[in-house]
Design a protein around this ligand. Structure first.
Ligand code: PEP
Length: 254
């Protein structure tokens, strides 16, 4: 299974000039990559610009949206449907990121509706698991993780065959804080998530699912995490906006 490097730019960069600069840094960092998967989730406002740069500069990456609506179309002011993303040729949709729980009222149940939309549209979901209301608690709540996975996958489990589904373990207290779980903890949680996905989707379908870690990954710690046998890649926020970080992050997928 290919490794996945997923870069969540959140609500950055803040100008077209900065986007162009970051894309040049991406071009340099990704120049050697031929086999792994790299996906960027930029602000939707920049997707057209980024698609044009990616194509003219032949940059090795896929693009995705940072969230999708729970419905196909209609009165959902400010939102983007999975079908729209698919129609533009995007490959991925991020679903259930903690900041969408925190600021946009996304719930564990609506994550399931969004995943269904994504799969019905023919693109691939990258599902974040690990949001909890108490953003400071570092305790691993396995019941909560299991429930989030069930709610995310159950509504569409009959649709899932060999799509590229990524599950990103993102403990909310590690996002943007510079603090991470230990490699041993990440490995333990990933094994648990894999077992749970096998229970929900069946062992054969679960074989195609990739498991990522996200939360304060940077050029200084990625190598240690990348040595974990169960991990298939990373979802990275803050460090993905720093040109000097990108070459080291890209080593994961060379
Ligand atoms: C994220 O936003 O998904 C994330 C992991 O952010 P950071 O790498 O900044 O912790």
């Amino acid at each position: 299974m290919n490794k996945m490097l997923a870069l969540n730019w959140k609500m950055n960069p803040t100008s077209v000039a900065e986007v162009e600069k970051l894309m040049q840094a991406m071009k340099v960092a990704l120049a050697q990559i031929r086999t792994g998967d790299v996906v960027v989730f930029p602000p939707a406002m920049y997707l057209d610009l980024i698609t044009r740069i990616k194509e003219s500069e032949q940059i090795y990456l896929e693009l995705g949206v940072q969230d999708v609506a729970i419905a196909e179309k209609g009165a959902y002011t400010s939102q983007i449907s999975a079908n729209m993303a698919a129609g533009l040729g995007l490959q991925y949709a991020l679903v259930g990121h903690s900041e969408t729980h925190q600021y946009l009222g996304v719930t564990d149940a609506s994550v399931g509706q969004k995943v269904l939309q994504v799969l019905q549209s023919g693109i691939n979901p990258m599902i974040c698991i690990g949001y909890q209301e108490d953003t400071s608690s570092q305790e691993i709540d396995y019941d909560m993780l299991k429930s989030q996975l069930q709610q995310a996958l159950e509504p569409s489990k009959d649709l899932i065959t060999n799509q590229d589904i990524c599950i990103a373990y993102e403990p909310v207290w590690a996002i943007g804080t510079g603090v991470t779980p230990s490699p041993e903890t990440i490995e333990t949680v990933i094994i648990f998530l894999k077992r749970t996905v096998q229970e929900i989707l069946g062992a054969k379908t679960a074989e195609n699912v990739r498991f990522l870690y996200g939360g304060s990954v940077n050029s200084g710690n990625i190598e240690e995490f990348n040595a974990l046998p169960e991990l298939d890649g990373f979802l990275i926020g803050g460090a993905s906006l720093k040109p000097e970080e990108l070459p080291k992050l890209a080593q994961v997928v060379v």
